[in-house]
Every structure is written in C-alpha cells, then in structure tokens.
Design a protein around this ligand. Structure first.
Ligand code: IPE
Ligand code: IPE
Ligand code: MG
Length: 250
C-alpha cells in the first residue's frame, strides 16, 4: 500500500483560525445529466468535467487549502456500460498525458492517486506514475485523485494488513488504535477532510472516505459538476464558515 510522507502542506485551518478547511474532498457528480440535458453523450459530460477539475484546483489554491481530494472513479463505476468506462480511462490518459500536469506543477500542486491500480491498464498506470513523479516535490497543494477507489475495499485492505502484522507477531491486537487503522488506509499521512462537497443534488456518500469523513462538514450543491465554478466553490467555503463544529463536545 502506498502512503505519503507526513504532511508538509499548509494546514490552513491553523493559520486561519479554522475558517479555511485544511482538506476539502469533493464527490464530482452530475456529468452524465449535464450531457444528456444538452443532447450530448455521457462521455462528453466527463470531458466537460475536466475543466471543472482545473477550476476547483485553482479555487483551492486561491483559498489557501492545502489538500484537495477528488472522487474520479469508484469501485462501483465498473457497473457502467463498457464504452463509458473506456471513455473515462481514455480521459485519464489524455488529461494526465498532456499540458495539465505541467500547469499543476507550475502552480505548486503535487498529484497523487489512491485506489486499486492493479485493475487499471498499463498505460493508465504509466500516466499516473508520471504525474506523481513529475509533481513529487511540489508543496503548495496536495491533489489526491481517488480512481478505482472504494472506501469499504480500502478498509478491508487495512484490516488485512493489520491482521497480517498481528499474525506475524509484530503487533498485539490490544495495541491496535485509531492511529493504526488510519495509518493503514490509502490516505495515511493526510489530515481528515474538514469539508466534503457533493455536486448534482444527490445526498449520499457513495463509498467515499467513510472513515476519514467521520467529522467532515457536508455541503450538497445542486450544481452539476461540469458547471461547478470558483463561485460555487466559494459558496461552499462560506457555508463551511457558518457551521459550528463540535466534535462531540458542547
Ligand atoms: C460523475 O458524474 C462522474 C463519475 C462518476 C465518473 P456521473 O457520470 O455520475 O453523472 P450522473 O450522476 O450520471 O449525472
Ligand atoms: C460517485 O458518483 C462516484 C464518483 C463521483 C466518482 P456516482 O454517480 O457513481 O454515485 P451513485 O451511483 O449516484 O451513488
Ligand atoms: Mg452520478
């Protein structure tokens, strides 16, 4: 399992008194409906969604957010028609194989992918490795893209890994803590998301960061992902600022 180094990115909430989330996670939803309402194919909707990704990255940079995690493809999305799955894979190859990575690097964005890469083709793995390598020294924003990611599978993998350590005698069952579990997730080293945004009006988590979002503030936007702009991003930040976080206390 790949992990990141301990965070070196700005924990904005500390410098800004908690008003700016250090980590924002987004379920980018509604590409299909956006396309169908225009008489386009679902693949066209995914293509239009790529521009919204770049807008969201720029908005996060402007706001001083240190960590942005985007849900790009779930372990359940294999249930879609093969042509649509193929178009999403092709989009990854295209987007990360071109100028996008250079623009991210120039802005100080480090890119990482989480999810099961073993099911992805060699060329998709190649562009992912390349994007991670090219941007590995950038420190302004850590952009994590969840691709073939499912939170339940991630937890199963973590349990297996902890169980193997207990089996081999390097860890006692009684010594397993929340930190042990968190440290065996694909997000090891990242702070938990402070804010989870989902677009398109759906109000569900869809197997995204179940452990990590235990205390995330949830913001649901009716906007379809390809229409998501800096203004919508800022509106979500305003909603976050207006929330009172209690973490179980009074
Ligand atoms: C989100 O848009 C993108 C992915 C899940 C890959 P959808 O494709 O789910 O769009 P809708 O929900 O069908 O409109
Ligand atoms: C969640 O969206 C997955 C991604 C955004 C990548 P879906 O559109 O797949 O979720 P459901 O099926 O509506 O729950
Ligand atoms: Mg959807």
């Amino acid at each position: 399992m790949s992990t990141v180094q301990p965070p070196v990115f700005a924990a904005s909430s500390e410098v800004d008194n908690g008003t700016v989330p250090a980590h924002i996670a987004i379920i980018m939803d509604g590409n299909g409906r956006w396309a169908l309402s225009r008489g386009l194919s679902r693949s066209d909707g995914h293509r239009a969604g790529v521009d919204a990704v770049e807008r969201a990255v720029n908005a996060a940079l402007d706001a001083g957010v240190g960590y942005l995690t985007l849900y790009g493809f779930s372990t359940e999305n294999w249930r879609r028609p093969p042509l649509e799955v193929a178009s999403l894979m092709g989009l990854v190859r295209e987007v990360f194989g071109q100028g996008f990575i250079g623009r991210l690097q120039a802005k100080g964005v480090r890119v990482r992918f989480i999810g099961d890469r073993s099911a992805l083709s060699r060329d998709v793995n190649w562009v992912m490795d390349r994007a991670e390598n090219v941007t590995r020294n950038e420190k302004r924003l850590l952009l994590t893209i969840a691709f073939n990611y499912g939170s339940r599978q991630e937890l199963v993998d973590a349990v297996r890994s902890v169980a193997a350590q207990v089996e081999s005698g390097t860890l006692k069952a009684a010594d397993v803590t929340e930190e042990t579990v968190a440290g065996n997730l694909m997000t090891a080293g990242l702070p938990d998301p402070d804010l989870l945004i989902r677009t398109s009006g759906e109000k569900r988590i869809s197997n995204f960061l179940l452990w990590q979002c235990a205390y995330a503030e949830l913001v649901f936007s009716d906007v379809l992902w390809p229409d998501f702009s800096a203004e919508h991003f800022d509106a979500a930040l305003s909603e976050f600022r207006a929330r009172q976080r209690r973490f179980g206390a009074v």
